[in-house]
Design a protein around this ligand. Structure first.
Ligand code: ELE
Length: 206
């Protein structure tokens, strides 16, 4: 069975990289702190280069691409070395492209019908986005009884304070978040702070 990003740690860090040179030390700090699954969002021109460098140079990292919106992005991320793909929402076209890469993926959902549509296609691991805005932990808790066989990675607005509530739910495998990468720490390349925040996040449990 292929590795699922959901099973590696309680948190998947969501990374926005502005320069490729920072990507490797940043990912090393996350891995050292206990967060091996690293989601690099395709929101910056540096993202694909960052995925490539992390895949090649950071031992222990399981690097993925986030903010995958189009089939071309799915393909480019796979070619750059991404091991998993994350999307904020899903369409039929995008779903087909995700499957075509052969990688594991977390399609974004925020309604029960979206969850059921993907479930009909055999998907059992999904992102719940934007988690806090779309109903938060109470929403996912309500889904656990009628749809017990789908596991979620809620992402969007989650903090170290709210993460344990999500992680305590039976249908939450892990959460996604960017709080271990404060903009000022990344700008000043304070990797020891990133590692420390990652370590705290990796110790979170419900
Ligand atoms: O890029 C994507 O695919 C997204 O769906 C959005 C991200 O998951 C959120 O931006 C998470 O960021 P925070 O809310 O800062 O934790």
């Amino acid at each position: 069975m292929s590795t699922s990003a959901l099973d590696l740690a309680p948190v998947i860090p969501v990374v926005i990289v502005d320069d490729v040179e920072s990507a490797v030390p940043l990912a090393r700090a996350l891995v050292a702190g206990g967060l091996p699954a690293v989601e690099v969002t395709l929101r910056t021109p540096a993202a694909l280069g960052a995925i490539e460098r992390i895949a090649a140079e950071v031992e222990g990292a399981f690097v993925g691409a986030g903010t995958v919106l189009t089939p071309d992005q799915a393909k480019a991320a796979a070619e750059a070395g991404a091991r998993f793909l994350v999307t904020p929402g899903c369409t039929e076209t995008l779903y087909g492209a995700l499957v075509d890469t052969g990688l594991s993926f977390l399609p974004g959902t925020s309604t029960v019908s979206e969850v059921l549509r993907l479930r009909e296609l055999g998907v059992r691991e999904m992102k719940f986005f934007p988690a806090e805005a779309a109903g938060g932990a109470p929403y996912l808790k309500s889904l656990a009884s009628p749809v017990p066989d789908v596991r979620f990675c809620p992402t969007g607005g989650i903090t170290p304070a709210s993460a344990p509530t999500y992680l305590a739910l039976p249908n939450v495998a892990c959460v996604g978040g960017s709080w271990m990468l404060p903009a000022d720490a990344v700008a000043s390349r304070d990797w020891s702070r990133v590692e420390q925040l990652a370590r705290e996040a990796s110790g979170l449990r419900g």
